[in-house]
Every structure is written in C-alpha cells, then in structure tokens.
Design a protein around this ligand. Structure first.
Ligand code: DAV
Length: 429
C-alpha cells in the first residue's frame, strides 16, 4: 500500500490527467451540430481590412429554413476559410476530341489535344501536379483549414448513355462542379460529355455533408445529345467567334439547361454569371429560379471573350465590393459595378512563359486566385507582378507553386471549392 500523502497526490494528478484527456477528446471530436454558431450571424469585421470598403455592406436576414449547424456554409469567396475541397490530378485522362474540347483548346494545344485524345495525360506533368497539390494542401492545413479531396477514380473507363459515348476527364477542378450558397451545395449539370460522371468522385463527401446537415442539390441531368452543340459553330474562325461572343452566342445551344458552377461568382445576396461555352441562358435561368426564394439575385455579365469558359479568370470577386478584372476581356456592365462603389483591380499581364503547356486555358490563370480570408490571397509563386499588385493594395500574397497543376486547366480558384467560411449573408450591391 502507498503512503497516504503520496497516494492522494497521485489521485489528484490522475484527476487532472483525466480532465485533460476529456478536454482534448472533446476538442478533437468537436461536433458542429452541437456548437453555438454565433459567427454564422456575424459579418467579418470590415474595419480591420487593409483597404477602404466603398460599396454597401449590409447584413441581411438569413433565408427561412437556413440550417445554422450545416457543415457547408459560405456566402462569398473571401470570409475566413475553415474547410475546402481541393481537386486531384490522379488519373487525369485526355477526353475524346469532341467539339466542346476543340473550342477550348488554345493555339498549339489544338494539335496536342487531338493527338492525346482518349489517352492518359503525360505522366511527368500529372505527377508534378500531384506533388504541387499535395504541398498546396499541406500549406492550407498548416493555416488550420480542413482539406477534403475527392476519391481517386479510373477516368479511362468508357461509358455510354442513350445519347452519347465517352471516357472521363478528372476530378481536378471542384470549382467547376460545386457551388456553395449558404448551407447548400449545388452540383452543376456540366456540358462536356467527358465530365458527365465527374460527380462520382465527390459522392462520399456529399453524402457525409448531407448527413451532417447540409442541403444537397443536383441540377437537372442533361442529355448532352447532338442538339446541345451548335454544329455550325466556327471553331477555327476567331474573328467570327469574337462577333458571336459579343452577341452572346457560343458552342452550346439552348436545348436544355447546362452550366459549370465556375461560371458563377458569389458576393452575398448577389451572384454574377457569364454565358459561356459551357453555361447557357437556360442554365442561368435554372440557377436564378432555384435561388430566388432565398432572396439571392443572379446577374448576368457579358464579356468580350470568344473562349469564355469559367468567369473566375475574367472577373474574380476578392472582398466586399472588390473585384479583379481582366484587361483584355472587358466587362460590358462595369459602369453599373463602378456606380455601386466597388473597387476595381486590373490583373497584370501574366509572366507564365509562352511555351509552358496549358491544356485548357490561357496564361491568365495568374488571375485565378483564391482568398484564405479578406487579407490573404494565394498567388502562383512565379507570378511576381500579380503578387506585387496585391501587396501594393495592402493584401498579403501567399506564393505557392502550382505551375504544373495549371497545365491541367486551372489556377487556385478552379482547384478549390470553399465548403465553410466564417461569416454571414450580406448585401454589397
Ligand atoms: O484562361 O480564362 C480559365 C479556365 C478556368 N477553369 C481562362 C481559362
């Protein structure tokens, strides 16, 4: 038997230890469903921002039925990031050389995409992209952000529907297929046949978010039959394509609603969208009618861009009333945005060397940035002029190298989908 003094001190330490273990385990198993979520009704503090906010910032009542305990929660692209999905390069497969691939194959890539069709993308680039994305995830996690990734899928498996046959592409760009509006996550229909089954890589994640209280919506599945694509679209005639783009005409017809969520950019009660090669007016109307009961307004913007596919390199909202624009893709509605007091930044020319392979995009991925919070922006490490522009505006640019991940067709914004950001619904417009 132990002397009584010693045994009581041991007992006391044991009690402390037990308390410590209890505290640690309760923190580790922190369950969002039981937390008090006052930050979900409190806007992010604007007074601490490094720049003046000139636009309106008005807290708005949350839509009826909003689940204040949903693990999915984001109203804009700049409030402090808590959880994010980051895409994967694993298994990236070059799709059949269909019209929708041809219209977005820039310059020399046209021949490359034709030659590579229905084969895996070159291993050396995919492996470099995998390494870069792993490092990007590590950086996000070191910032205390929860990172989720889609499942690894074999994208080479051929499939056939009553309307078409194809193989897959990848699950590299969650931004294209998912959009979070408050407590809801919306799955895009997409319009590339090679992306028809892309949602499968994210099923496990979505089932889990739903079970924990998120609203989970899938837009109507498209047929993607011949009628969805304009057979006479002048793929090789850039002048004609400019003219058509200015008249809102692209490869996709109005046969059925289609959109990629990357054509939408969120700012609280206002969401901006462009008609593009992959998003048609029918798709825009579907989103508009779906979000109207929540009091969310969808504004269509027009740009001069014959390659238009995804708004986030052309018009990227970085903060309350703060937008990054593209000097070569003028926005026809910019006056309206200026009048509302918004601050407009212009992206500097990209530094990416012209011979760096970019399979589905232009070099302007330098402007495809993502905010960790209203102060900090992730910028491609080698795009020093873009970083300097942000720094001179007072933002902190975090240099991260995803140059080979860019090759697969996206920058930081495309490679991510913000699942949870601390903040609430506001009106800036
Ligand atoms: O150059 O604007 C952006 C593609 C983003 N998924 C571009 C292409």
């Amino acid at each position: 038997m132990l002397p009584s003094k010693l045994s009581s001190s041991l007992l006391c330490q044991c009690k402390d230890l037990k308390k410590l273990v209890q505290t640690v385990s309760s923190v580790l198993s922190r369950d969002l469903s039981t937390e008090t979520e006052s930050w979900r009704t409190t806007p992010t503090d604007k007074s601490k921002l490094p720049y003046a906010v000139n636009s309106k910032c008005e807290k708005v009542e949350l839509p009826t039925g909003t689940n204040l305990k949903s693990p999915v929660w984001s109203w804009n692209g700049w409030d402090p990031l808590e959880e994010v999905i980051v895409g994967r390069a694993e298994g990236a497969f070059c799709p059949p050389f269909e019209k929708e691939i041809q219209v977005n194959s820039y310059g020399d890539n046209f021949e490359f995409m034709k030659k590579q069709a229905s084969k895996p993308f070159p291993k050396e680039i995919v492996n470099k992209a995998i390494t870069e994305i792993a490092e990007f995830c590590r950086i996000l996690e070191a910032e205390g952000i929860t990172v989720k990734q889609p499942d690894i899928i074999d994208w080479s498996v051929p499939y056939k529907t009553p309307d078409f046959a194809s193989t897959g592409l990848y699950a590299a760009m969650p931004r294209d297929i998912w959009m979070v509006v408050g407590d809801e996550i919306i799955e895009a229909p997409m319009c590339w046949r090679s992306r028809f089954f892309e949602y499968r890589a994210y099923r496990a994640l979505m089932k889990d978010y739903f079970k924990r209280g998120a609203k989970w919506t899938s837009a109507p599945r498209p047929q993607m039959s011949q009628e969805l694509y304009d057979n006479d679209y002048p793929i090789g005639d850039l002048d004609k394509r400019y003219e058509m783009a200015n008249n809102g005409k692209f490869l996709t017809t109005e046969f059925e609603p289609v959109f990629d969520t990357a054509d939408f950019i969120r700012a609280g009660t206002d969401i901006f969208v462009q008609r593009s090669q992959v998003t048609n007016d029918f798709g825009i109307e579907w989103v508009r009618s779906h979000l109207a009961p929540k009091g969310i307004k969808v504004h269509k913007l027009n740009f001069t861009d014959p390659h238009a596919m995804h708004i986030d390199t052309t018009f990227n909202i970085l903060g309350p009333g703060l937008v990054l624009t593209h000097p070569e893709r003028p926005c026809h509605e910019l006056d309206m945005i200026k009048k509302a007091g918004w601050t407009i930044l212009t992206a500097p020319k990209p530094l990416c060397p012209p011979d760096h392979p970019l399979w589905f995009s232009s070099r302007w991925l330098s402007a495809n940035v993502v905010m960790l919070d209203p102060h900090r922006v992730c910028v491609q490490k080698t795009e020093t002029t873009t970083a300097a522009m942000f720094e001179s505006f007072g933002l902190k640019a975090i240099p991260i190298d995803i140059r080979h991940a860019n090759t697969l067709g996206g920058g930081f914004h495309c490679w991510t989908c913000d699942i949870r950001r601390r903040g609430t619904l506001e009106s800036y417009f």
